[in-house]
Design a protein around this ligand. Structure first.
Ligand SMILES: Nc1nc2c(c(=O)[nH]1)N[C@@H](CN(C=O)c1ccc(C(=O)N[C@@H](CCC(=O)O)C(=O)O)cc1)CN2
Length: 305
């Protein structure tokens, strides 16, 4: 491997320190404690882990955490009722509904019921529109984390050629908007893009968010390019043996084939320990930002787009 490793875990720790310092000042100078409400519907095991982590890190940063765990069969009306109460609760500055939701609940409807000013996920259609038109908005956590790492690694991004692989509303599209906002030349590529390797080979910055394990190969990468791997895919790892119940052990991989990409890239994020930890750090950052905006106070520097 010749690439520099961009350590998302370490970077996320520095973001959390900045958040905690800002929270301490909000408390001492203004008597305000930011509050984050996280809503989990059902018992998806991965979501339970993420929600626990969010609650723990919120408290560690000195903020108030309000966890709402609802039964998998919760009706849309009851969920919308809870969101309405949280929208009107002055102690709650950020609201997040953990995704995915059980099939009978409409994610779009639920997301758009959150007060845009408290939408720390940045998924509300108003925030999508504000970001798309270059205005102040709440920015989705994963792309915000990628942008922070890119800025820290490169400084000024202007004029750089960026290829975002993946066109999802929660990563690909907002990522492209953020890179455009930093004056990159941006291409959004996807599974139907003609000559995808050729398109990716043009890039100084590659953001892989396509959801296909190890799809991006080293010979797609321009020598020296920076590779940000957003994918978190669990694959079988027979080389690790079997579990007690006889099932094959698994491991996490990104959307990039790490070994071959790291041999060519100038810098790369690992999976795990890259973009993932930044997602929760940026959620905390967004909660402080939402709190400052609500109180009419200056926003924390370096924690927003
Ligand atoms: N409302 C939301 N739902 C979901 C989001 C989101 O941003 N908002 N993102 C994902 C899940 N997610 C946070 O919610 C998340 C995913 C992964 C990680 C992370 O740190 N991953 C580790 C590996 C963890 C493991 O071992 O399994 C890593 O990449 O190093 C944090 C947060 C979907 N839902």
């Amino acid at each position: 491997m010749s690439a520099t490793l961009i350590d998302g875990k370490a970077f996320a720790a520095t973001v959390r320190e900045k958040v905690a310092a800002h929270v301490a000042r909000l408390k001492s100078d203004h008597g305000i404690t930011p509050g984050l409400a996280v809503v989990l519907v059902g018992e998806d095991p991965a979501s339970q882990v993420y929600v626990r982590s969010k609650g723990r890190q919120t408290v560690e940063a000195g903020m108030n955490s309000y966890e709402h765990k609802l039964d998998a069969g919760t009706s849309e009306a009851d969920l919308l009722g809870l969101i309405d109460r949280l929208n009107n609760d002055p102690d709650v500055h950020g609201i997040l509904v953990q995704l995915p939701l059980p099939k009978h609940l409409d994610e779009g409807l639920v997301t758009n019921a959150i007060d845009p000013a408290k939408d720390v996920d940045g998924f509300h259609i108003s925030n999508v529109g504000l970001l798309g038109t270059g205005q102040k908005s709440m920015v989705p956590c994963t792309p915000l984390g990628c942008l922070m790492m890119l800025r820290a690694h490169h400084g000024d991004l202007s004029g750089m050629e960026a290829v975002v692989i993946g066109r999802s509303n929660i990563v690909g599209k907002p990522m492209a908007q953020l890179l455009l906002g930093d004056s990159c030349t941006v291409t959004i590529a996807h599974s139907r893009t003609r000559d995808l390797p050729g398109v990716v080979r043009r890039a100084d910055i590659v953001v892989a968010a396509v959801g296909r394990p190890q799809m991006v190969q080293g010979d797609w990468i321009r020598p020296g390019a920076t590779v940000i791997d957003v994918g978190i895919n669990r694959i079988d790892a027979p080389e690790k043996g079997v579990n007690e119940d006889g099932s094959v052990r698994t491991r996490l991989v990104g959307d990039c084939d790490f070994e071959s990409c790291a041999a060519v890239a100038g810098a790369i994020t690992p999976v795990p320990g890259g973009v993932g930890p930044m997602t929760i750090a940026c959620l905390l950052a967004n909660t402080v930002t939402a709190c400052c905006r609500a109180a009419g106070l200056p926003e924390p520097e370096g924690l927003t787009a």
